[in-house]
Design a protein around this ligand. Sequence first.
Ligand code: GDP
Length: 343
Amino acid sequence: MNEDRLKKWKEQRQKRKQSLNHDELLAGILAGDLQSLSSGITLLESDKAVDKKIAQQLVTSCLKHSGNSIRLGITGVPGVGKSTFIESFGQTVVQRGYKIAVLAIDPSSERSGGSILGDKTRMNKLSVLENAFIRPSAAGKSLGGVARKTRESIVLCEAAGYDFILIETVGVGQSETMVHSMVDFFMLLMLAGAGDELQGIKRGIMEMADALIITKADGDNLLKARRAKKEYENAMHLFPPNKNGWIAKTLVASAYENYNIDKAFDIVESYENHTKVNGSFFQKRKEQDKYWLHETIADILMSDFYSAERLVKAIVEVEKEVVEGNMSSFEGAEKLMDLYKKE
Ligand code: GDP
């Protein structure tokens, strides 16, 4: 692109941005317009006060049109085959007549400067489908910030009529726990024969899984994958039962050969039936809403506390006292809280 064209393009884009108002965006989103949905999510991610205001109004307006999707979390270590699986799974969802949105979370992206979906050209086949929407990673300074953006993006996607919302995250760190607390169904992808430790998958994450999928079950790997499935099945028997009565499923699948991808979808559907019949589906969502209410309060308080000018010096002083053993951590915290509450 030459300079002139680039300038023109930027001007046009700027104009488009300025003309984005709440009503236009809302109408676009409700009509299922991809551009409006994209712009809405961009506003959610913006740090500008004007954008934030419109974004907030938009979320509130979309809220009453939301809730009608199945929210799926998907995790696994880098290289396990997440994006390849999602590409194949997403096509299955679309073939069955549904719309799917894929959102990605990568809390580390702020540091690495990249994003899980953004780095590679991924999901080429899925991204061109009319009924698929793919949004690269929501990055942010804090996990709480990323969580909020993702939760709000889910609301916008639901208002735009997506039946399945898939949230992808990398299988390291705390992001799984966060994703788990915002989805209906949690899927863990694993490799055969790599060993749990090698994969960095903690027992806690396996316990959260509603389905465990052994990926790359093709060629020489198929037998190994089947063996791994048995082992995981045995291990998972020992976990405490889910309170919603669902027994976690294990499956071997190959995205390359499109093997058992439809089964993965069937598992999700049977989970939906199971939990909607026994009432736990909406109960879980209510609990999640409550959880996020308190998480958000904690987040707001934390950021208010740490951004308070009057505390900056005191925090450093108390930290020093604590480190030098002159004050206990609890005493120090109470002292700072007293100071915080004073004004
Ligand atoms: P991610 O980092 O978890 O998203 O993993 P990718 O989807 O990028 O896949 C990692 C590597 O595994 C790539 O080289 C893929 O081509 C390969 N891969 C993904 N799915 C399969 C599969 O079903 N079978 C085989 N044999 N390889 C796969």
